[in-house]
Design a binder for this molecule. Structure first.
Ligand SMILES: [Fe+2]
Length: 496
């Protein structure tokens, strides 16, 4: 058995070399332009304690490292679906992990932050994050996958001083629903008992947990936050995120009622004041003893709004963040250097893995509306189906048809032909989820959209096949060229 105390000591050993970063920003290289952002911050006399940079091309990240040599950088990863029992069997897993370690090294990152969520499961693909199944078995799988990734970081990412970046697991947002058999804080406790990772507590994500679970019927927000923090492994929280929230542009939010508003994680949107009230409550909690950093997540947000929000947040929170970080560093005791000797993966049997794979296949089919709600992890959702219905009927079709590339703009000629032939675009949503399909490359929603739409048109309107292939090829070439030169061709709004 893995001993949680030994695991925690290993965590503390890994945490110790990470210096306090204070308040900073979690940014994208391109959206908005990170150099312009830093310039405007400097003009206002603001210097972020650090920047957490979202995954981009290695060339772009290296450029950022060189140009901002006086700033501490951290890395926000993407595309390692650590919630999935079969992720390590994927033909792209090794390659994706290698690329991630290369990028960690290219910016000399302090940590790898990754969402505890996925955009692909059991052969089905989504455009934005869906949360894991909150079950004990799922927690074990997450811990096993983190162990493998941390080992790769330790092997390939070790620095001259002998330290290596620490894996941080982020509490993911809910998009109208959550499925599971155990409370969410309990899930994270199971993970941290098995693996020496740190955690990222995203305040806006926590708000969505309140909004889209039964908690909001039972207690006030402040009481929910207190209860959550008391049960969550808060002593593992290394970084806090605060980002905007907003109602989604698809119609689903209307069905969910106005009180509290049906907000979702939205980095372009202003940060509502309720999140700063929650931040105060989190920072005051005595168990928050490992904090190193607090970031506003501001990718896709207008620069003027970022500067205003950051200035205000620093004015209000910098002293208490400093105190909280000092509390943690002072509390650290010299610890035993032993690392947990047995890998958590040894505990997981093949039948457990198969069971969870089946659960995730059912998960994908349930949320895409292919099969009815069945299984113990769907009990709460079955009692109040409003959220899942909004996800199925509005959010998901919007994601497939418009998000990360609007099909009528991507394929204007083809869409005109389809309209004449009487083929409606919503049929593409049903086609997308009709059956699981093996992955043909590392996750890229834009490329996947092109591939699937070409297949759809070939089947539903074969006379438009030449047209769709031509339009698809033009898109692919433009995308590749833009990635090589300046970064993603399309500014893809991300839910992180
Ligand atoms: Fe976040």
């Amino acid at each position: 058995m893995v001993d949680p105390d030994v695991v925690h000591q290993d965590f503390q050993r890994r945490l110790r070399p990470i210096p306090p970063q204070g308040m900073g920003l979690s940014v994208d290289v391109y959206s908005p332009d990170v150099f312009e952002l830093v310039k405007q911050l400097r003009e206002r006399g603001l210097r972020p304690g650090y920047l957490e940079v979202f995954k981009a091309t290695t060339t772009a990240l290296t450029t950022v490292r060189q140009a901002l040599s006086d700033l501490s950088l951290a890395y926000h990863g993407e595309g390692l679906w650590i919630t999935q029992p079969d992720v390590q069997a994927s033909p792209f897993f090794q390659q994706d992990v290698r690329e991630m370690v290369t990028q960690l090294n290219s910016i000399q990152s302090l940590w790898l932050n990754h969402e505890c969520a996925m955009k692909q499961m059991a052969g089905y693909s989504f455009g934005t994050y869906v949360p894991p199944l909150y079950t004990p078995l799922s927690a074990e799988v997450v811990a096993g996958n983190i162990t493998t990734i941390q080992q790769a970081i330790d092997r390939q990412g070790r620095r001259a001083d002998g330290t290596s970046p620490l894996f941080l697991l982020e509490l993911p947002p809910l998009t109208y629903f959550a499925a599971g058999t155990i409370p969410i804080p309990h899930f994270f406790r199971l993970v941290t008992d098995l693996v020496p990772c740190g955690l990222v507590l995203d305040i806006g994500h926590l708000w969505t947990v309140y909004r889209y679970t039964t908690a909001r019927h039972r207690m006030a927000l402040e009481q929910f936050v207190k209860k959550f923090l008391d049960e969550f492994p808060l002593e593992r929280v290394v970084e806090i995120h605060v980002a905007g929230l907003a109602c989604h542009e698809s119609a689903g939010a209307v069905e969910l009622g106005a009180e509290p508003p049906a907000w979702l994680d939205a980095h372009a949107a202003p940060i509502p004041s309720i999140l700063f009230t929650m931040l105060e409550q989190v920072l005051a909690h005595p168990n928050l003893v490992s904090l190193r950093a607090v970031a506003l997540e501001v990718d896709t947000k207008p620069i003027e709004m970022i500067v205003e929000e950051y200035a205000e947040a620093v004015r209000r929170f910098a002293p208490v963040v400093q105190q909280t970080m000092a509390r943690g560093v002072a509390a650290e005791q010299p610890m035993d250097q032993r690392a947990s000797s047995r890998s958590v993966q040894e505990q997981l049997g093949q039948s457990d893995r198969q069971q969870l794979s089946d659960d995730y296949a059912r998960y994908a089919q349930i949320i895409s509306g292919q099969v009815p709600l069945t299984g113990p992890e769907w009990q709460d959702v079955a009692e109040d189906q409003t959220g899942l219905t909004a996800y199925r009927a509005s959010y998901l079709p919007y994601e497939i048809l418009h998000w990360g590339g609007d099909l009528t703009e991507m394929f204007p000629q083809t869409c005109r032909i389809l309209a004449v032939r009487g083929v409606s675009l919503p049929e593409f949503v049903a086609f997308w989820f009709r059956a699981p399909r093996p992955l043909t490359e590392s996750y890229d929603f834009f490329l996947l959209k092109i591939e699937r739409f070409v297949e759809f048109v070939a089947e539903f309107s074969p006379d438009a096949q030449v047209c769709v292939e031509q339009e698809g090829e033009i898109l692919r070439q433009a995308y590749e060229q833009a990635n090589e030169v300046v970064g993603p061709a399309m500014e893809m709004e991300r839910a992180r």
